[in-house]
Design a protein. Sequence first.
Length: 404
Amino acid sequence: MELYVWEGRTRQGIIERGEIKAANEAAVRAQLRRQQIQAITISAKPKDILKGFSFLQRKKVKEKEIVVFTRQFATMIDAGLPIVQCLEILSSQQDNPAFKETLTRVKTDVEAGSTFAEALCKHPRVFNDLFCTLVAAGEAGGILDTILNRLAAYIEKSMNLKKKVKGAMVYPATVMIIALVVVAVLLLFVIPVFQKMFADFGGSLPAFTQFVINLSDLMRHYFILLAGILIVLGYACKRYYKSEGGRAAVDDLVLKLPVVGELIKKVAVARFTRTLGTLLTSGVPILDGLGIVARTSGNKTIEKAILRTKISISEGKTIAEPLEASGIFPPMVVQMISVGESSGALDSMLSKIADFFEEEVDVAVASLTSLLEPMLMVFLGGAIGGLVVAMYLPIFKMASILGG
């Protein structure tokens, strides 16, 4: 099979372009005729010289691109266009080559007889379990356009939630990096100048000044070794976190942190309720929904709690009981879910909880930022100010001796 680039005219006179995998040019023409497109030009796509180096050409598909694709696809389906034609149009207008290739493959699989959901499931890096499950439910229920609109709204809310949390982390991370860079520059380049000056004066140095000079010597003489140790430690921590036990231990520890742990819990509750509410509204069975929510939770401790809930429900218990036993979900959430279960409106109740906790995340992020600001200023001032004071202590000492 070879990839062909084509340009053609639809029955309405619209010029379209795209790519098709086929055995030869005749097969491409036949495929275009089935789509009621008159071929103008067909040519084999030139070979990509970077094909053997996929890591150089691979580009990640952003959530925003998926949202735009989902909304446009829903509009086209609602207008009565066939799925294959929708995929053809949307793939041809993609700027991201990775997403363009993915949509082209999805279109090819659909043409070969796969359902739209089955074709999407072959690309888990782009379309996750939640996306594929909802699309399958939409296809089965004949409400694909409605499901796709719900999906787009869900992804947008999920993006906003991530953006808030990441935004809260940018400021402290930036201050920490600046502080470390400034301290490193002082120790490597500024302190040695003072060290030489003090050596010329002779005499003993204050203990704090001598400690800073020794630290500067250590960094200058063993900088490569220290950098190597940090890299090895970073790699070891990354490997540990990727292991099953390591990730479970770290995720559990993070939830117990004083301020950050509460923020992560609120984010987890908002994500859990929003995702499960979207699945239930779309007609996905609750057991299947909980399995998907567990896999997309992002925290092993929360994932285990949700899976225990799934097992309890399969044994005939309510969803509220195991959630309360987990100790992760606040009593208010458990009570509202219990009311939603008993009233038969669990999906709408979950959406209300998600709305509430997304607002709570806003408040928690603002509180965290206001709490971190003075702490970071004290750290930055203490680190840099301490080095400056250490260098001026001998000068103050000499001034007092001369003055006396």
